[in-house]
Design a protein around this ligand. Structure first.
Ligand code: SAM
Length: 182
């Protein structure tokens, strides 16, 4: 089985229990991002590797979503199925973040929470993030610090021409960055 298929299968089989097991710890990561990024001033928000859609559901509750497009993307059919059930008013699609079915320069806010460190070639997804983002887009990324150090993350982002504007190491398990296109 290739690596991506194995990842999709792994998340398919944990989709049912995902929220029970991880929602609390993921909520800390969402708060780190919400305290740094203004979502009210954007017309399009995409969550890449959105899992069961919880972060977009929260953003929808918090900001006036008039005219905003909210889109969640994930490789796992089962994760997306649950996201649809939880948030029928938000768009969710199954897609690979290395090859997003989205036109150039479209989204103003781009999220990737506990997703990038799953990828064997993160540069491919980061190139897609840059391609689909508007010139002044804000990209928020949180990864597991047991997978990459802050320096490794900085290096990967620099290689992809994403400029770090803010970063944090959380008490829980993640490190995060807010970046823009350089
Ligand atoms: C740890 S979960 C995080 C889910 C969500 N961001 C959250 O905050 O709960 C990682 C997610 O990334 C997805 N994923 C892994 N590789 C992917 C890829 N190449 N493209 C899109 N999604 C991917 C998995 O299916 C899984 O739902």
């Amino acid at each position: 089985m290739d690596k991506k298929k194995a990842i999709a299968t792994r998340y398919d089989s944990s989709a049912e229990i995902y929220d029970n097991r991880y929602i609390e710890i993921q909520a800390h990561k969402y708060q780190e991002i919400l305290s740094r990024v203004d979502f009210s001033e954007s017309s399009g928000i995409i969550d890449i590797g959105c899992g069961t859609g919880t972060f977009l559901g929260l953003i929808k509750q918090l900001v006036n979503e008039n005219g905003k497009q909210l889109l969640g993307v994930d490789l796992s059919h089962e994760m997306i199925k649950i996201a649809h059930e939880k948030f029928p008013d938000i768009d969710f699609i199954v897609a690979d973040s290395d090859n997003l079915p989205i036109k150039d320069g479209y989204f103003e806010r781009i999220l990737s929470v506990t997703h990038l460190q799953n990828l064997s070639e993160p540069d491919m997804t980061l190139n897609e993030i840059k391609r689909i983002s508007t010139k002044d887009a804000i990209v928020a990324i949180s990864i597991l610090r047991k997978t990459w150090t802050q320096e490794e993350l900085q290096k990967i982002l620099k290689k992809s021409d994403l400029e770090i504007k803010d970063e944090w190491i959380a008490d829980v398990e993640d490190i995060g960055v807010i970046c823009c296109r350089s």
